[in-house]
Design a protein around this ligand. Structure first.
Ligand code: PEP
Ligand code: MN
Length: 340
């Protein structure tokens, strides 16, 4: 980090700042030029709040030269992380498709969809039991009963499950869940992130609707900093001015995450677009951009789905999309993980 001082900054006030920085355990490299004085901060600057330093009267500007995240930073861990869960590998060339309904609705529904997505080549069953809905009057999920049904579907098909937790108070119910999802709306629920950091379950962290990449990676850093380094990132679209689609898939998030971090990143084209006709092209784009997997919503009867029907593929449509996914994954020389 570099602190640029104002010209003619008061010497005494500069000393107060330098003392403060030294007390934070940093070494200072003070360089006084004719017009500009720079202070280079050497050491662990992750604990420094740039705004706190910029607020000193004598400071003109503060410039970070390294990212504020450590554990998820590729600089600290050059090799891709591979997360192993229920016999599947995720990341570093191992590609997973996680599919199922937005919400678990009934035993019949979840078993039917689980069998179908497994047959088509998905390696995880997704399904929401606790649903974060914009309206309190919308279907809120079957909650604990939904989790029980997901576990039934896991027993029936052998597919590991991924499902969303909305609060740390629900975590006791998640013992047999294979991957715990943190939804976009909870990406910055720091109490939840800290609790998940204390668990050893793989976490699927979805990007917040209006989060920058730095904020996204800092949320992953929270989980890692509290002890759990099994984090899978998920790009699911961000808010823009566009109204024809639900969100905008930020495809650049994939190569950016790969450059900045060693964690696997998957793409959710369903929530990104909100329209089923976009699932196939966005999936192809995600694979080409280097994603480690896809999360796709599939329903046995999308017209009557209790949530997100418009973006859900029916079973024959998913079969068709999966055929294309297989081809593209093979073309990228990645290995599609499947459950026998
Ligand atoms: C979901 O996966 O069903 C979901 C609610 O996703 P997001 O948090 O990305 O909106
Ligand atoms: Mn959904």
């Amino acid at each position: 980090m570099i602190v640029i001082l104002k010209p003619q900054a008061d010497k005494q006030q500069v000393d107060v700042l330098l003392r403060h920085l030294k007390e934070m355990g940093l070494q200072l490299n003070y360089s006084e030029g004719e017009n500009t004085t720079l202070v280079g901060l050497i050491g662990d600057t992750t604990r420094i709040d740039v705004d706190d330093i910029a607020a000193y009267d004598v400071v003109a500007r503060v410039q970070r030269v390294s990212e504020p995240f450590k554990k998820v930073n590729r600089k600290m861990h050059p090799k891709d992380t591979v997360i192993e869960v229920a016999g599947n590998k995720i990341g570093a060339g191992y590609f997973n498709v996680m599919s199922g309904p937005c919400s678990v609705e009934s035993e019949e529904q979840i078993i039917m969809v689980a069998e179908a997505v497994k047959k088509a080549g998905a390696s995880f069953l997704r399904g929401g039991a606790f649903k974060p809905r914009t309206s309190p009057y919308s279907f809120q999920g079957l909650e604990a009963e939904g989790l029980r049904l997901l576990l039934e579907a896991k027993r029936a098909t052998g597919l590991p499950i991924v499902t969303e937790v909305m609060s740390e108070t629900q975590l006791d119910l998640f013992g047999d869940v294979d991957i715990i999802q943190v939804g976009a709306r909870n990406m910055q629920n720091f109490t939840l992130l800290k609790e998940l950091g204390k668990s050893d379950k793989p976490i699927l962290l979805k990007r917040g609707l209006s989060s920058t990449m730095e904020e996204f990676l800092m949320s992953a850093e929270y989980i890692c900093a509290y002890g759990n380094e099994n984090v899978i990132l998920c790009e699911r679209g961000i808010r823009t001015f566009e109204t024809m689609i639900r969100n905008n898939l930020d495809i650049s998030a994939v190569p950016l995450a790969k450059t900045l971090s060693h964690l696997p990143i998957i793409v959710d084209p369903s929530h990104a677009a909100g329209r089923r006709d976009m699932i196939d092209p966005l999936s192809r784009a995600a694979i080409a951009a280097g994603a480690d997997g896809l999360m796709i919503e599939v329903h046995n009867d999308p017209a009557h789905a209790l949530s997100d029907g418009a973006q859900s593929l029916d079973i024959p449509q998913f079969d068709t999309v999966m055929r294309e996914i297989r081809r593209r994954v093979a073309f990228e020389e990645k290995e599609l993980q499947v459950k026998e």
